[in-house]
Ligand binder design. Structure first.
Ligand code: HPA
Ligand code: ZN
Length: 348
């Protein structure tokens, strides 16, 4: 029989996080505090349901996204973005995250009149403070909103270039329905030429999931895929993902809250089929848990062994966009923890 590893093994296991939206770490309490700070009335106001009333479950991606964008109303100044990021990094540290690649959605803030530099300067200050206070180390991935025109993505890419040293890659999020990777092939090509790393969301349970996954590989040439669980329905796709050793950033609690299925069986199958599957939190303030919570929920759902949990943590560092020496140091720390002799082989 498979017995559950103790939960402190999961917390202390050195982990990375490759799929977390900073705006999705906005806890209800901080949303309320920001609404007060900026004297917001309307949808962002205290008690109006934006911060406080978060449902146990959502009716799919579009239902979640409507609440996610509404709740951002209070994120207005550099200081707000600093506090959001500092809070996430502090929580991630308590959950045993030593390295994070974090998404942000600049278009959602530009639309509310927040200048691009305010967003990235606030985030950057929190990243630097966390790193010098012992971690986690972190990088930024700028997402384009796929339900907005491709021209808008081109415009925000242009704005980002002044901050290129602070942004590691680009991603694609928001509502996938009717918004295929092909719509953004050109802007991703420009981003690649500018030196950005490339990833895209392929959310679960989408109308054209397999088509979108193939477009990511053949048309865009992404270096990672966010979610991607639907690949299991296509043997040739699985072979191709394995051949390319392409990381897949699966988010168990997100799957549970959006689709009523944690998809632990799919993660088990991905491990069995030798895919580079990783465990992540997506929008932890909405889905009921941060990274260690996702590992624990997955462990319970799929009955994973300690060795399988260690393999998932290793996969995270394998799929991360890290320089080789840093990757090796993190992997060494994972192996030392697995062997019962924790050591901090890496430097923040
Ligand atoms: N999918 C698409 N868009 C998103 C997500 C997601 O999981 N989270 C925040 N924006
Ligand atoms: Zn996501």
């Amino acid at each position: 029989m498979r017995s559950a590893p103790p939960s402190d093994f999961v917390t202390a296991l050195p982990k990375c996080e490759l799929h977390v939206h900073l705006e999705g770490t906005l806890e209800a309490s901080m949303a309320e505090m920001l609404a007060e700070r900026h004297r917001l009335t309307g949808p962002g106001a205290k008690g109006a349901g934006v911060g406080g009333a978060r449902p146990e479950a959502f009716d799919g991606l579009a239902d979640f996204l409507a609440r996610y964008y509404a709740a951002m109303a209070g994120l207005l100044t550099e200081e707000d973005f600093y506090e959001l990021t500092a809070a996430y990094l502090a929580t991630a540290r308590r959950q045993g995250v030593v390295y994070a690649e974090m998404f942000f959605d600049p278009q959602a803030h530009l639309a509310r009149g927040v200048p691009f530099p305010s967003v990235v300067r606030g985030i950057r200050r929190a990243q630097e403070e966390a790193r010098s206070a012992g971690g986690p180390a972190s990088q930024l991935i700028m997402c384009f909103l796929r339900d907005e025109p491709a021209e808008d993505a081109h415009a925000v890419l242009e704005q980002s270039l002044a901050f290129k040293d602070w942004i590691l890659g680009v991603g694609l999020d928001s509502d996938e329905r009717g918004n295929p990777p092909a719509k953004f092939a050109e802007v991703f090509e420009r981003a690649r030429a500018a030196g950005y790393r490339l990833t895209m969301h392929c959310d679960p349970r989408q109308e054209a999931s397999l088509d979108h996954l193939w477009q990511c590989l053949d048309l865009v040439g992404v270096e990672r895929i966010d979610h991607g669980v639907e690949c299991l329905a296509d043997g040739r796709l699985v072979e191709e993902l394995e051949r390319r050793r392409l990381g897949l950033t699966v988010c168990p609690l997100s799957n549970q809250r959006l689709y009523g299925d944690l998809m632990g069986g799919a993660v088990r199958e991905m491990l069995e089929r030798n895919l580079l599957v990783t465990v992540n939190s997506d929008d932890p303030a909405y889905f009921g848990g941060y990274v260690a919570d996702n590992y624990r929920a997955l462990q319970e759902d799929a009955g994973l062994t300690r060795a399988e949990l260690v393999r998932l943590a290793r996969n995270g560092f394998e799929a991360a966009w890290l320089p080789p020496a840093r990757r090796a140091a993190y992997l060494q720390a994972v192996d030392a923890h697995a062997a019962g002799a924790p050591s901090r082989a890496y430097r923040t």
